[in-house]
Ligand binder design. Structure first.
Ligand code: FAD
Length: 309
């Protein structure tokens, strides 16, 4: 089974300015966006976080934005995270809610040192607030740089989390390197359109890669974070965790806000730590396009909403 050509098409459209303008100005987009995005403001993000935490879930918050080529915009993103971390602390949510950061939103495409400095400020604020940071992983051209920045950050904040993508050929090696004590690794399939020189295109190979990587992480001493909505993988991971004698609490499941909410609660009800990835902010376009590309049903939801206008 090959990856859906629709996926490549939508991901290509994500980079097209005319399509971006069309989607952004279509009134229906707001409703569709709301299904996957918590809101545009810190206050809205906090309200959604409170509801999720009260229902027994944990949260990682993402201030939307990526591929910034302007240092001023990167600074605005840092300020948004500092404000968010302050609110999480003030609202007593820091124990159950951390933040996810895209390095390309804090200057990685401009200068790696700028991104490191900005990410350091976010980590310092997270430490003060009593929570942690996970570095999202973006397309393969940034993987080495992101892992270098991760290593630097972990010298001061060893709890800084990484994301590894099972569609990349390199990922089993990265898992082995990052499976040590104190590490936090989110394992996902990967959401970007990647060339076949670096990534598997075949769904089955991506899934097999996921299970191999999960085994490597479970066999290590770190804290694996399994980010997937795939029911078959969730079942295999639960079984593999038992086999590795991993108790609930020594690893976690993660899912995206708005996707399989019943399953999130079911797993939490079984005693698992379940973390919901909650994006918020005005720059929702790239995020929304990746969600639409992932699943024909998400696209159908978008088209139905358009047709009902
Ligand atoms: P898929 O192969 O998309 O779906 C498998 C099965 O899951 C489907 O057949 C269906 O049964 C079920 N399913 C999927 N979606 C739905 C739905 N909407 N409703 C009902 N059932 C559904 N990617 C990155 O590249 N970098 C990151 O930093 C990153 N961070 C992430 C953080 C979290 C918490 C999560 C959950 C994902 C993240 N991703 C990231 C995205 C990830 O790489 C995948 O693109 C995304 O999760 C889709 O893959 P999947 O494992 O859910 O399975």
């Amino acid at each position: 089974l090959r990856v859906n050509p629709l996926r490549s098409l939508i991901l290509a459209a994500a980079g097209n300015d005319a399509i971006r303008k069309l989607v952004a100005t279509t009134p229906i987009s707001r409703d569709v966006v709301r299904r996957f995005v918590a809101g545009e403001t810190t206050a809205e993000a906090i309200t959604v976080t409170r509801t999720l935490v009260d229902s027994g879930l944990t949260v990682t918050l993402d201030y939307l934005g990526e591929d910034t080529t302007d240092a001023e915009l990167a600074e605005q993103t840092v300020q948004a995270y500092l404000k968010l971390l302050d609110r999480l602390h003030a609202e007593n949510l820091a124990e159950r809610a951390e933040v996810s950061v895209k390095l390309s939103a804090v200057g990685q495409l401009l200068d790696e040192t700028l991104a490191l400095n900005n990410a350091s400020r976010i980590c310092a604020a997270a430490e003060q607030a009593g929570t942690t940071v996970t570095l999202d992983m973006e397309d393969h051209t940034t993987t080495d740089s992101t892992l270098r920045i991760l290593d630097e950050l972990r010298r001061t904040w060893p709890w800084t989390g990484a994301v590894l993508q099972s569609y990349l050929h390199r990922t089993l090696d990265d898992c082995a390197r990052l499976a040590g004590s104190g590490s936090r690794v989110r394992l996902c399939k990967g959401a970007y359109a990647e060339p076949e020189q670096v990534a598997f295109a075949d769904k089955h190979e991506i899934d097999v890669g996921y299970v191999r990587c999960a085994n490597a992480l479970l066999a290590g001493d770190g804290y694996p974070m399994f980010a997937t909505h795939d029911p078959r993988l969730v079942e295999i991971l639960s079984e593999r965790a038992k086999w590795h004698d991993r108790k609930p609490g020594s690893f976690e499941f993660q899912m995206l806000y708005g996707i399989r909410p019943d399953e999130q609660l079911r797993l939490a009800g079984e005693g698992h730590t379940v973390r919901v990835y909650v994006p918020y902010g005005e720059q929702w376009y790239g995020y929304l396009m990746r969600r639409l590309a992932e699943r024909p049903a998400n696209m159908a939801f978008f088209l139905r909403a358009l047709a009902s206008r």
